[in-house]
Design a protein around this ligand. Structure first.
Ligand SMILES: *[C@@H]1O[C@H](CO)[C@@H](O)[C@H](O)[C@H]1NC(C)=O
Ligand SMILES: *[C@@H]1O[C@H](CO)[C@@H](O)[C@H](O)[C@H]1NC(C)=O
Ligand SMILES: *[C@@H]1O[C@H](CO)[C@@H](O)[C@H](O)[C@H]1NC(C)=O
Ligand SMILES: *[C@@H]1O[C@H](CO)[C@@H](O)[C@H](O)[C@H]1NC(C)=O
Ligand SMILES: *[C@@H]1O[C@H](CO)[C@@H](O)[C@H](O)[C@H]1NC(C)=O
Ligand SMILES: *[C@@H]1O[C@H](CO)[C@@H](O)[C@H](O)[C@H]1NC(C)=O
Ligand SMILES: *[C@@H]1O[C@H](CO)[C@@H](O)[C@H](O)[C@H]1NC(C)=O
Ligand SMILES: *[C@@H]1O[C@H](CO)[C@@H](O)[C@H](O)[C@H]1NC(C)=O
Length: 450
């Protein structure tokens, strides 16, 4: 185990704001499976009024007797990252949401931003919004080493740990341990002031020279351990930016539009899914990614193993839909809302590039693969259980992320042979993703067209 590996897996700054996917969902309808009923019983959907949940007969799961979920609106920041309002004490602090890290932090005024010469724009503030002011009601936690984190995109934060009540969409983590940052290199765009880390407690222990600090409970863990919610959250990301009225004020399913993005604590977000496509897969422990060198089965991040990657010929010709690749090699993959693109094995991604017509090519100025914006796009999907979740053509070939000539568009999947592989926003905009920490499994269902 080495220190740099566990830079948390927040990739939000690796792609600039111009990188905006747009697309429609084109989902196959898998056969109706018994899983469907099971999933729906286990987790009440938000669209059913809360009172009915409380009255629902409970057979197998305590969930039915508890409160339903509390979807808080996520704000889509150029499709690059998603933010949410945290209420910290009595201050509202917008933060980015990350499922690849576990700490929750925000800058405290005044703070110092390290600026690098190539980053003129963020000189004063590192692109952070206004931070927490004054002192935490729970004070600074004495006798702890400082909070220091670095992220895979080269950014870092440092500060101290303190305690405060933290609320999201009306659910409160009381006396939550969080970090106040006073020294950072960051490149935000002025809209958020920190980060909400939704991964497991284990990651919080990977601190200090030996990366073996006692772990602490992150915000989501505190919430479910207190019984305020069930140990599950789910995420629905919209690939479109919200139009105006985006208030992050929490549960308001009655007025939900299909283009909103949600974090639902304790249940499902209020978006339409193809109910026949529900599939589940185990969340694996840290040792699932051998290159990280962890010996533990402890869960840290949302590591899953897709049952297959499926590539089909695109276009309208007679051979459209022909299966080009079905690779059932089990590869561990992080589900990470903090990553814009999806990062998959090189061999596979090369097959995807070649399946564009005309084929994609590497553009050095963009540092990634691009295809002609009018190319025929193959169908690429990730299979879990009996369902294949396709990345729609506009997420696979992102019309709004163009090279300087304007003729080449960026591919939404990129290759890496250095773990971790990642299913990022370009995948997640096509599904509802349920992070069921209680059952140590993830579930997915295909979004209806939006
Ligand atoms: C997948 O499909 C097979 C064959 O139709 C069925 O036996 C099995 O139960 C299904 N699995 C799930 C998880 O739905
Ligand atoms: C917020 O809380 C602090 C300390 O608890 C208090 O001094 C301050 O007046 C409060 N501000 C508002 C706007 O309620
Ligand atoms: C915060 O606490 C410090 C000492 O811990 C104190 O000097 C300072 O006045 C406090 N600030 C506010 C705004 O309460
Ligand atoms: C940040 O806070 C720590 C702990 O209070 C302090 O030692 C350090 O000098 C501060 N750094 C800056 C840049 O303000
Ligand atoms: C957000 O909500 C606040 C208070 O509920 C309201 O004053 C404000 O106008 C709203 N903003 C938008 C953009 O709807
Ligand atoms: C494919 O068919 C759709 C309608 O089915 C049409 O809108 C589209 O233009 C066709 N594309 C090509 C490349 O022929
Ligand atoms: C399937 O994927 C694995 C892992 O990426 C790779 O090693 C293997 O070569 C692939 N198989 C085929 C037939 O492409
Ligand atoms: C695609 O766009 C290129 C210019 O970028 C053009 O030369 C080519 O003819 C177009 N192909 C089709 C099929 O429209």
């Amino acid at each position: 185990m080495t220190a740099p590996i566990i830079a948390a897996f927040l990739w939000l700054a690796t792609v600039k704001a111009a990188d905006r996917p747009r697309s429609l969902l084109d989902q196959n309808a898998a056969a109706l499976s018994p899983l469907r009923a099971e999933v729906r019983d286990a987790i009440p959907t938000h669209v059913i009024p809360m009172r009915e949940h409380k009255l629902a007969p409970s057979t197998t799961n305590l969930a039915l007797q508890r409160r339903a979920n509390f979807p808080a609106r996520l704000k889509n920041i150029y499709d690059v990252y998603y933010s949410i309002d945290l209420v910290v004490g009595n201050q509202t602090i917008p933060v980015s949401v990350d499922t690849g890290s576990s700490d929750t932090w925000m800058v405290q005024e005044p703070y110092e931003c390290v600026s690098f010469w190539w980053d003129e724009a963020g000189k004063e503030t590192c692109g952070l919004g206004s931070g927490f002011k004054g002192n935490l009601s729970g004070g600074i936690i004495p006798n702890l080493p400082p909070f220091v984190r670095s992220y895979v995109d080269g950014t870092f934060v440092s500060g101290v740990y303190g305690r405060e009540d933290v609320s999201i969409g009306g659910i409160t983590a009381h006396s939550q341990r969080l970090a106040l940052v006073n020294y950072t290199y960051w490149h935000g765009d002025g809209q958020t002031s920190g980060l909400l880390g939704l991964a497991y407690p284990y990651l919080t222990s990977l601190d200090g020279p030996d990366q073996n600090q006692p772990p602490y409970d992150p915000v989501f863990t505190t919430m479910w351990k207190s019984g305020a919610i069930d140990p599950v959250f789910s995420i629905a990301l919209s690939r479109h930016e919200d139009q105006g009225n985006n208030n992050n004020t929490g549960a308001d399913p009655g007025t939900s539009s299909k283009q909103e993005s949600y974090l639902a604590l304790g249940g499902l977000p209020p978006v339409d899914v193809d109910e026949t496509t529900w599939a589940r897969t185990e969340i694996h422990g840290m040792r699932a990614i051998p290159q990280w060198g962890f010996e533990t089965d402890e869960r840290g991040m949302y590591i899953v193993k897709p049952d297959a990657f499926v590539l089909q010929r695109g276009g309208n010709g007679t051979d459209a839909g022909e299966e080009l690749v079905r690779n059932t090699t089990q590869v561990p993959v992080l589900v990470d809302v903090g990553a814009t693109l999806s990062y998959l094995p090189k061999g596979l991604v090369n097959q995807i590039y070649a399946a564009f017509d005309p084929p994609a090519k590497y553009i050095s100025t963009g540092g990634l693969f691009y295809a002609r914006c009018n190319a025929t796009v193959p169908r690429f999907g990730v299979q879990f259980g009996n369902s294949t979740f396709y990345i729609t053509s506009e997420d696979l070939l992102r019309q709004t992320a163009r090279d300087p000539t304007g003729e080449w568009c960026r591919i939404g999947v990129t290759d890496t042979d250095t773990p971790p592989h990642v299913l990022g926003v370009s995948f997640l905009t096509n599904v509802v993703a349920v992070f069921d920490v209680g059952k140590s499994e993830m579930r997915f269902a295909a979004r209806k067209r939006y």
